[in-house]
Design a protein around this ligand. Structure first.
Ligand SMILES: [Zn+2]
Length: 189
């Protein structure tokens, strides 16, 4: 008899937790439905890249991040043939210090301003190996940072949504629906 009561109490608590979770996710979805903003776009949707790092570990991190963007289906990132100049260079650095302080990753780009829009002509994304190691980033979290940097190289800006891969300071998020819609907005005009 006593066992039964205990079981029932556990069940009530479990139900309560589920209800709370449903509530907060509804509020969250409503507050963050804006597409990820963009600052520019490439002229074409097939964009070449090369990984310029001697580390096979970071080659694989970049390769996984490239796969994620290709899966979205808006642009196609293709490895540049040897000797061919790549649109985007993906690399890693032992350390990285910038004006904005210590960053997990960084993207430089050049673009042409064409009135209302910016046409990206080259980009280079770098991962900061020492910082990622110092703060114990897992391989998946490093892939999230790599995905964020490629997002900049494709023209996306920061999102205020924590579930977006383009949230400024986060290692946990990957590409979400807002990022997909933001990329579509940038390329399907
Ligand atoms: Zn960023």
């Amino acid at each position: 008899m006593l066992k039964k009561i205990v079981k029932w109490t556990v069940l009530v608590i479990a139900t309560l937790v589920v209800t709370l979770a449903t509530c907060s996710s509804t509020i969250f979805a409503a507050a963050t439905s804006k597409p990820t903003p963009s600052w520019g776009a490439w002229d074409q949707t097939t964009i070449t890249y090369k990984t310029n790092t001697s580390s096979s570990y970071y080659k694989s991190v970049w390769k996984n991040a490239v796969k994620r963007w290709n899966k979205v289906g808006v642009v196609q990132l293709k490895a540049a043939k040897s000797g061919e100049k790549a649109d985007i260079t993906l690399t890693s650095s032992k350390s990285l210090s910038t004006k904005s302080g210590k960053l997990a990753g960084y993207t430089n780009y050049s673009y042409l301003n064409k009135g209302n829009e910016n046409e990206i002509v080259s980009a280079k994304s770098t991962l900061n190996r020492s910082l990622l190691t110092k703060y114990g980033y897992t391989k998946n979290q490093r892939t999230n940072v790599a995905t964020h940097e490629i997002g900049h190289a494709l023209g996306l800006s920061h999102s205020s949504s924590k579930s977006s891969v383009m949230y400024a300071s986060d290692r946990y998020a990957s590409i979400n629906h807002q990022d997909k819609v933001g990329l579509e907005d940038a390329y399907n005009d």
